[in-house]
Design a protein around this ligand. Sequence first.
Ligand SMILES: [Zn+2]
Length: 160
Amino acid sequence: MEDTTGKMVYKYRIYINSKQYHDLTAVQSEAQCNKCETWTDYSKISVFNLINSLTEQMLTMSKTSAVWICPKCKVANKIKDTTIAETKLKEPYFLGVVPSPPNRKDGLQDRGQYARAVKQWAWNFINELEEKSTAFREDYRENSATFEDYESGEGGGEEE
Ligand SMILES: [Zn+2]
């Protein structure tokens, strides 16, 4: 129980971490298994060529097909028969992490482009701040007694 108040304050922080931000916002592709219908992260599947049956070779005029194995049911799926979906974070999203501000690269970058990048970055940051302060206000309203304990420096005390 001793770091309860510590954690409470901690969660209103916004981290500046470009890599983490880009990982969280990256477009993810997923492949769906035709047998069990499970979705699998496309970047984690390995694709290999499987020799087609003779009938298939005649029908498709190709000797091999690119396939991947579903990790769940172990069935081989042909890439050309696979549904691949791209998932993107829906806006607005609040991640608690923002990228570093854009760099002006030695005046080589187009001025307008740089201004737009900064503006976009700032709005993103403002939205994150707004979200955290809203969360703080909501929590404060619900648990004002706990917060007051923390503010008066008596947190982590003898509550039951
Ligand atoms: Zn499957």
